[in-house]
Design a protein. Structure first.
Length: 257
């Protein structure tokens, strides 16, 4: 059984807290009675989170984890143990692999992979047994397409880094996890659909319908479902999932590996 109060008083740090997935994850962690350090590049959306949930439970931190400067910026704000970090930033939508600028691919890897490494380094002195290192990846990292280059490349690399983190910190009882939704019904996905429509000469609505049709249940993943999976990792039983990828893809994968 889970240990009641095991993480009482600890921080959960969410990078990308102002995005669609980040907002849902923050709400899910608050429902677990956690204190959330909400990190984003801009102050205004963070203030909106504080207004919604309360200054006593949400601590806003303005930092850009695409830069090394974010490590010290976050470290200086932490004053208690860290039960969980969640790296949930989005990456630029730059079209398919034939058209995406190489700079966009590099930027996406820096945001996803470099950002996750920076986040873990910022908190590692405050981690403890059962702390969770969680990265939000995505379906396109496992099922490449011709139309989502940045998401595919960055999330594939992120899966490898999460597995490395699992071995690097596992001896201390700290576990690393990849949560791989997808496609998730967010504004970012609608931009992917628009890029796909531009390449195919169709409509955004048709592309979204086609994405739903790629699912065994004809659905897109919701931010709430992603938040549920992240919050579940706080349970002691989640130790058994160390290094694993949680596929929240609504039945899109056909392969066994």
């Amino acid at each position: 059984m889970s240990v009641p109060g095991r993480n009482f008083g600890a921080h959960c740090v969410v990078v990308g807290a102002s995005g669609a997935l980040g907002r849902a994850i923050v709400a899910g962690l608050l429902a677990r009675k956690m204190h959330v350090v909400a990190v984003a590049r801009s102050r205004e959306p963070l203030e909106a989170l504080v207004d919604r949930h309360g200054a006593g439970v949400v601590m806003p931190v303005v930092a850009d984890f695409a830069s090394d400067d974010a490590v010290d910026a976050l470290r200086a704000r932490l004053d208690r143990p860290v039960a969980m970090v969640v790296h949930a930033p989005g990456v630029p939508v730059a079209g398919g692999i034939r058209a995406a600028p190489t700079d966009a691919l590099v930027e996406a890897c820096n945001i996803k992979v470099g950002g996750f490494v920076r986040l873990v380094r910022a908190v590692e002195d405050r981690l403890h047994r059962h702390s969770r290192l969680v990265a939000i990846g995505g379906h396109y990292g496992f099922e490449p397409t011709a139309y989502a280059a940045t998401a595919g490349v960055a999330n594939a690399a992120l899966a490898n880094v999460v597995r490395q983190m699992s071995w690097a910190y596992g001896g201390e009882g700290v576990t690393a996890h990849l949560v791989a939704p997808g496609p998730a019904d967010t504004d970012r996905l609608h931009k992917v659909a628009a890029a796909r429509a531009s390449e195919n000469g169709g409509s955004v609505a048709d592309e979204l319908d086609a994405m739903r049709g790629e699912s065994a249940i004809g659905a897109l993943t919701t931010p709430g479902q992603v938040a549920w999976a992240v919050a579940m990792l706080l349970d002691a039983e989640a130790d058994a999932m160390a290094g694993a990828a949680m596929m929240l893809d609504a039945g899109r994968r056909r392969g066994l590996s």
